[in-house]
Structure formats: C-alpha cells, structure tokens
Design a protein. Sequence first.
Length: 216
Amino acid sequence: MPIITPTIFVSSSAALQERLELYEEMAARVQLDVADEEFTSKPTLGVEKMLEVATTLERDVHLMTVEPADWLEVCKIEGVKTAIGQIENMSSQREFVEEAKELNLRVGLGVDLETDLKELDWPAAQEADLILIMAVRAGKEGQKFNQESLGRVRELRKRGFAKEICVDGGVNEQTMGKCVKAGADVLAVGSCLWQAEDIEEEWKRLNQLAERAGTS
C-alpha cells in the first residue's frame, strides 16, 4: 500500500508543535519541509528549529536549502530517519548521498518541477533510498498539481529505479490515484489535509483512496 506522509511547512515553533501533535494521532511518518530564501520568499523554520520539537513520528526532512549536505550531521544527531536534499543548490549529489550513508541516514534526492530530469546524477540516484518528484514549484504550499510530474515518475520506474518515489505538491483526492498508477509509493500531502474541515476524516479518506489505487 502506498505511504501517505503529511508535510509540515511552517515558520513558527507553535505551528510546528500543533501539527506534530495532530499528526501523531494519525500517521507514523511525517515530512518536515525546510525552505530557505533561495527557494521561497517566505522561509520556513530553519533545520535546527524544525528538529527541536520532540515527536514520536518518524521524520523525513526535506531540505530545500543551499548545500543540504551541511545539515546532515544535525539530522543524524536529532534522530531523523530520512534526509532529502533538493539537487538545485547542491554542489555534488554523489557526495550528499555518500555523506548521508556514512551517517546511517536514509537518503533522498529531490527534483523541482522546473528542473530537467537529466540534471539528476543517475549513479547517485541509484544509491539513494528515495527520489522526490515535485509536482509544484518547491517552496510554497497550496499550488496546483502539474501533470508533467507523472511522466517523471514513469520515467524513473522505466529506468529501473525500484526504491521509493515520492510525489510532493498538489497531492489530493483527485491526483493521488494518478501518482500511484504512475509508480509512486510515497505521497506527500500538505494543504489538502491541513485545510480540511475534518482532518481525521480526510486522513481516513486519503488512506482508503491510496489503498484502492495500490490494489487496482
């Protein structure tokens, strides 16, 4: 069954704590989005602030930052499970993957919507545990899903990437089935969950849809 990971994109510790406590009641795994000024006009909490709030959730940290490798040791110290670095402001994808592996972190590479898939260092990607495909432009919640991302997922599977592929951005009840059909097995869900009138009911619906899509 595909995994749904709620995303947390916040600029205050109070909002972070609120969402962590909410998602602890529902999910096992969460994606913490860290975006700096290079990716967004409204930066989130920094890595250290994002990780200082304790949680029982398994944490993926999505590093939309300049040189995401600089934050790998902090991720390790704070008990992060998976570190995902956007490739756009990364000097070496190979070094990012190798450094994460040396720290016994699961490692992912993120590709922004406007970045050609050819920019992905394929030998490094094959060593990664996860590839994150943005279906919107990185750095902002609430954007519309771009169908081109589905072709990217299919292309990765066609090339033989057999580990986790996550689609992030615009994933909701209308788009998640398409993501699963294309080959995604991790669905990062943000505003469609957080802005739902009944978040718990929406969580149940999303999981039912994901399960149905995974078995069809």
